[in-house]
Design a protein. Structure first.
Lengths: 217, 398, 584
């Protein structure tokens, strides 16, 4: 599959001269999890915003993002095919679990029945068989996290960004969900960029760890 | 001897009655002092409002009566108010002391017993007014006034045209039709639910009907359709040539005047012969507007003031009604820089100095002379106008 | 004092305070019922009676059949009905769609405080003033026509085409939208605070959806329940608007509200029957319309779900959204031009077709109004200021004490509060006026002020309650743990923190009061002239120059208050960035 590459990425607040992220370059190989760590407020989430294509207008950025050989720096966010998972699961509360997944599924398959079957399979593979008509609010935290990942994967992304997705889960769930996410992502051969301040998460990722520090000019 | 006695008695009676009358009037003056009068009058015209303010200043100086102009967008607002008060059982201390009124509004108030009076002929200045039985002061829309309202302003149905756009305006209804066909979209009339719009139809009916005398008596179900056929034939031909193809009409006289000012139409109509001249003075109309009356005579009537049955300050109201009939007041009103509204007083009853004041008033090219205003036609029975409005709505509502 | 006595003393004190609290609550409930509910019901009843033929003032004391038959028989009634429904629904639906599109575009690109500043002039301009300005823009002899004549169009005289006052009410719909879109924008923007829009956008983008689709499929369904009530209020208003319909709506036949007003003003007292019957019909229409809208919502949901399940990510929605946003820009530009033309007219002496600017200038009307109509200015400002302040205090009291009420009581009282916004004014004001006459209250500043508060209070509650409830509860809990009692918390924590929302609600209350026409007219019996009663009385006369002066005055004072409301927190809290309103 393809790798995720950042070249000379610099991000700073329009109103200040001191950059948040200074000349960051990294490569996330396909099927591996790279971890970005740093203290709160240092700009980790902003970096993910930049990669995803929805950087807040209060910031300006320089540098490139490439997926494989394609430079996607100036592509519209919906065309980048980069999945994202947040701390809050952000399952759409007005849709059922199944509808959430159908939302993620690409419409290459036009047959409604075919689409329905696909999501049922996906749910079954995550031990959530028969959950298609459930209200997301009725699911437990761990179940919701799994559905969120399934939704992201059904959209066939080329890379996956994780913004502290396990922070809200309690300890014993954390391990399960974490392995679930990493296994699936690696099975799909996706380059994964994980942002966290938890060292256990970082260690479990098994890839490069990059520490972001207060940059000074 | 006997004749001398008769003459002396008559003279004595006249003297006593006039002494009594002036005593009664002095009483009224005394009671009125310090009162605040709420005069409910249409407030849509700037100059009229200013004139009423001037009246207020004068009566306060002379008689100690304070005048408050309650601005209405329609006289019927005051009528509704009085009805509401009557419904609530309020037969004194009413909120309306004086109403500017005439025609159908007067008819309904008089019939329902909502007016106080008679008072008009007891006013000292009534001596300047022609109260003979068929004069406009005695008969309002064929309804006998019987002293329940006192005149103050003259209304005459006139037309205004833009002399820059047409040299010679139509002077009969048939000429209107021909002109409008040749200049489509340049003429219209206010909605028929507005008094002026209904009057236009009425004027047309009077000109087009075969026997005008039939309009003096009430319209009946039997004769209405037959009598009004020539009107509708003429109107059906006219309507498609009107402004906006006759599908929509300006809501009032002033809305129509704005159209004339905006150059959307070339001819408008009005009840105020000096209105256009005043508007030119004011910058509201271009200087090329002229006023004229139709060749065969036009409708005209007085505007009156009336006092509701439950008015709180009847004395003050009468003081104001009387002040409005003062020759100086009427002359001041006729001044084109003030109001330009023609006097209601009978010129044969004025003395030389009062007449001289009238003659000295400023003129304007847009201002027609009394002679140019032509003959005043008698108003038909009100039932004709009511039925005309209804029939027009039925025929042309969409 | 030893401990047990002290404790029992404290207990007694506490019991007394709670009983006082209960007492205050009951007083509040009593005031709300007496001042709101009963008079509205009574007023409505008094209006109902004439429609059944009961008009004692002219001797009709028998109750007959409802005047409905006669209404339907009136020529043009059916068209009026159709017109009212079309303009009401179309304007609300279009305003809703346009407002959502615009929000989708500007979200995240403009700060909320900047949006509020930019919306303030449109919110402050009263409906009548906006209608007058827009009517001049679109008229065949109006501003746009003058801009293009005669060089582009060859017109030496204005063409005879119908643009304003058209039969289908299109110009009325446009005028209504011009006022409704800014209002809905404000409402939607404050509702957006309740969901994490940025994260949903990111998630949606990640799944391959464009901005428009994310808004339609994800964000709007979550926000819509929050703005539903405001939409219903807009719908009720569009169906019963009077002043705009007179100025820019069709005249033959007019909308139902204008028809009703015409009958109320008819010299024939029997028309009262038809007038009141029309008012009752209007109330029923609003009821039916809201139900219909609710039913439409269900349909949209079903269709929407089907569309979402298909998973399409096409570009059509984005093109549509961009088009709609352009429409909003055009609309706002027209509103600005309308205001500018009002300013030009107010200082014009002679302005004729096809000049783009007046031929000659004069400030005579400004000096006339400001010098001789000072009591009118005083009345308007005094009533608006007192009403908004009093209603604001009541609103604070209500919001503060409603925690104690059970949910069902809270809902009932809330429904009572917003009732005046759903019943056409004409339907209960007429009857109420008669009652006030009997009680000797009519014609005073108090009567007018009270009538105004009927409408000001609900708007203040609606615009304030959201911010009030969103105040982080933990501030209150922290203050309580530091020993502050309820009153102290209210005065020294809640109110100072909510200064900005409080001022904005007060500004909205002020502009609502300024723009009220029928309440001032009916309850004041003409003795309490306000800027708006003068403006409408003049609209029946038509010197545009004087109309513009009054229209601008109508708009000026609310605008000043609005800007003060936005500015004052910045000054007072110059050293407290969180409360200045920059980040919200």
């Amino acid at each position: 599959m393809t790798k995720l590459e950042l070249s000379h990425v610099t991000i700073w607040l329009r109103s200040s001269r001191r950059p948040l992220i200074n000349d960051l370059s990294l490569v996330v190989p396909s099927g591996e999890v790279t971890v970005i760590m740093g203290s709160s407020g240092i700009g980790k989430s902003t970096l993910l915003d930049f990669i995803g294509g929805h950087l807040d207008p209060a910031f300006t950025a320089r540098g490139n993002v490439k997926i494989g050989e394609y430079d996607i720096t100036h592509l519209a966010p919906e065309k980048r095919r980069i999945g994202i998972m947040f701390q809050d699961d952000l399952l759409f509360p007005h849709l059922s679990v199944g509808e959430n997944l159908l939302f993620g599924l690409r419409s290459d398959l036009n047959k409604v029945a075919g689409r329905q079957a696909l999501i049922e399979d996906a749910l079954a593979s995550a031990d959530l068989a028969g959950f298609a008509d459930r209200d997301p609010a009725s699911l437990s935290g761990g179940q919701r996290a799994r559905v969120t990942l399934l939704r992201s994967l059904l959209a066939k992304p080329q890379a996956l960004l994780l913004d502290e997705p396990f922070a809200r889960l309690d300890k014993h769930l954390r391990t399960d969900v974490r392995s679930f996410v990493f296994e699936h992502a690696i099975a799909e051969k996706l380059p994964v960029l994980l942002v966290t301040h938890d060292e256990v998460d970082a260690a479990a990722a098994g890839g490069k760890i990059i520490m972001l520090q207060e940059s000074s000019i | 001897m006997f004749r001398l006695g008769l003459v002396l008695t008559a003279g004595f009676l006249t003297l006593t009655s006039s002494v009594l009358a002036s005593e009664k009037w002095n009483e009224t003056l005394a009671k009125a002092k310090g009162q605040t009068i709420y005069w409910n009058a249409w407030g849509g015209d700037q100059r009229t409002n200013a004139f009423i303010d001037w009246v207020g200043e004068q009566v306060e100086q002379r008689y100690g009566v304070r005048l408050n102009h309650v601005k209405l967008s329609d006289t019927a607002e005051a009528v509704t108010r009085v009805i509401a008060e009557k419904t609530a059982g309020k037969s004194s201390d009413g909120s309306v002391d004086l109403i500017w009124i005439n025609g159908p509004n007067f008819l309904s108030m008089k019939e329902k017993g909502l007016l106080a009076g008679p008072f008009a002929q007891d006013l000292p200045n009534a001596r300047y007014v022609d109260f003979s039985p068929s004069s406009p002061a005695s008969v309002d829309f064929t309804i006998p006034v019987e002293g329940y309202e006192s005149p103050w302003r003259l209304a005459k149905f006139v037309f205004n045209y833009n002399s820059a756009r047409l040299a010679s305006p139509p002077r009969t209804m048939q000429e209107f039709l021909i002109w409008s066909k040749n200049n489509p979209g340049r003429f219209t009339h206010p909605v028929v639910s507005n008094f002026l719009g209904a009057t236009f139809l009425k004027q047309a009916l009077m000109e087009l009907v075969s026997d005008p005398k039939i309009l003096q008596s009430a319209a009946t179900d039997n004769n209405f359709d037959q009598v009004t056929t020539p009107l509708w034939t003429w109107y059906d031909e006219l309507r498609p040539t009107l402004w906006r193809q006759g599908k929509t009409f300006p809501a009032s006289e002033q809305a129509q005047q704005q159209l004339l000012s905006d150059d959307e139409i070339d001819i408008s109509m009005s009840f105020d012969p000096a209105g256009a001249a005043a508007a030119i003075n004011d910058g509201a109309l271009p200087g090329t507007i002229r006023t004229y009356a139709l060749a065969n005579g036009t409708l005209g009537n007085f505007s009156f003031v009336a006092i509701p049955f439950n008015a709180k300050n009847k004395e003050g109201a009468m003081i104001i009604a009387n002040f409005l009939l003062e020759p100086e007041t009427q002359t001041h009103a006729q001044n084109i820089n003030v109001l330009g509204s023609f006097s209601v007083l009978d010129q044969s009853k004025l003395n030389d100095s009062q007449l001289a004041l009238l003659a000295a008033l400023p003129t304007s090219p847009a201002l027609p002379t009394n002679a140019e205003l032509g003959k005043t036609l008698l108003e038909p029975h009100p039932s004709w106008m009511i039925r005309l409005s209804k029939a027009w709505k039925e025929r042309y509502s969409q | 004092m030893d401990d047990p006595t002290k404790q029992s003393l404290e207990r007694t004190l506490f019991a007394m305070i709670s009983r006082t609290a209960i007492g205050l609550r009951s007083i509040l409930a009593l005031i709300l019922t007496a001042a709101f509910f009963i008079p509205i019901v009574l007023g409505f009843w008094q209006t109902l009676l004439p429609s059944f033929g009961y008009i004692p003032a002219i001797g009709l004391t028998r109750i007959e059949v409802f005047a409905g038959q006669d209404l339907i028989a009136e020529p043009g009634f059916a068209s009026s009905l159709r017109l009212t429904l079309v303009t009401g629904f179309a304007s609300t639906a279009l305003a809703c769609i346009l407002a959502f599109s615009f929000c989708a575009m500007i979200q995240n690109r403009i700060a909320k405080s900047a949006t509020e500043r930019f919306l303030a002039p449109f919110l402050a301009t009263p409906h009548a003033a906006m209608a007058i300005g827009l009517a001049f823009l679109f008229a065949p002899s109006g501003f746009f026509s003058r801009l293009m004549s005669p060089w582009a169009t060859g017109w030496q005289k204005p063409p005879d085409i119908i643009t304003i006052n058209d039969d289908w009410g299109v110009s009325l719909i446009i005028a209504l939208i011009a006022k409704e879109v800014p209002f809905l924008l404000l409402v939607i923007l404050s509702a957006l605070n309740h969901i994490s829009v940025h994260k949903f956008m990111a998630t949606g983008h990640a799944l391959g959806y464009g901005r428009a689709q994310i808004w339609i499929k994800i964000i709007i369904p979550q926000i819509y329940p929050l703005i539903r009530l405001s939409l219903y209020i807009v719908l009720a208003f569009s169906l019963s608007v009077v002043d705009m319909a007179i100025i820019i709506g069709p005249s033959n036949p007019p909308t139902l509200s204008v028809l009703s007003l015409q009958w109320f003003s008819d010299s024939d007292p029997l028309s009262l029957r038809l007038a009141t019957a029309t008012a009752i019909v209007q109330t029923l229409i609003i009821l039916v319309a809201v139900t219909l809208w609710f039913a439409m919502e269900r349909v949209v949901i079903v269709v929407g779900r089907w569309w979402i399940r298909k998973g399409g990510r096409g570009p059509v929605s984005d093109y549509l959204m961009r088009f709609l946003v352009t429409m909003v820009h055009v609309l706002l530009a027209c509103s600005v031009l309308a205001l500018i033309s009002l300013v030009l007219w107010s200082v014009a002496w002679r302005w004729q077709f096809p000049d783009i600017t007046p031929l000659s200038w004069s400030v005579q009307y400004w000096s006339y109004v400001l010098n001789s109509d000072q009591d009118i200015l005083f009345n308007s400002i005094a009533i608006a200021a007192c009403t908004s302040l009093i209603c604001l205090s009541f609103a604070i009291a209500w919001l503060e004490w409603q925690n104690f009420e059970t949910p069902s009581i809270r809902i009932i009282v809330f429904c009572i509060i917003i009732l005046p916004l759903f019943i056409p004014q004409i339907a209960f004001l007429f009857g109420l006026h008669i009652l006030f006459l009997r009680w000797g209250l009519s014609g005073s500043l108090i009567a007018v002020g009270w009538a105004h508060s009927l409408f000001v209070f609900p708007y203040i509650i609606l615009t304030l309650s959201d911010s009030w409830r969103s105040l982080d509860n933990r501030y209150i809990r922290s203050a309580a743990s530091l020993g502050a009692n309820r009153m102290k918390i209210l005065l020294r924590v809640k109110l100072p923190m909510l200064l900005r929302p409080l001022l904005i609600s007060a500004a909205i209350g002020f502009s609502v009061s300024m723009g009220l026409y029928l309440p001032s007219l009916v309850m004041g019996e003409g003795r309490i002239p306000t800027i708006t009663t003068e403006a409408v009385a003049l609209a029946s006369g038509a010197d545009r120059r004087l109309q513009s002066v009054y229209a601008l005055l109508q708009a000026l004072f609310p605008m000043i208050i609005f800007f003060a409301a936005l500015l004052i927190p910045r000054i007072i809290y110059v050293e407290h960035a969180d409360l200045r309103g920059d980040r919200q």
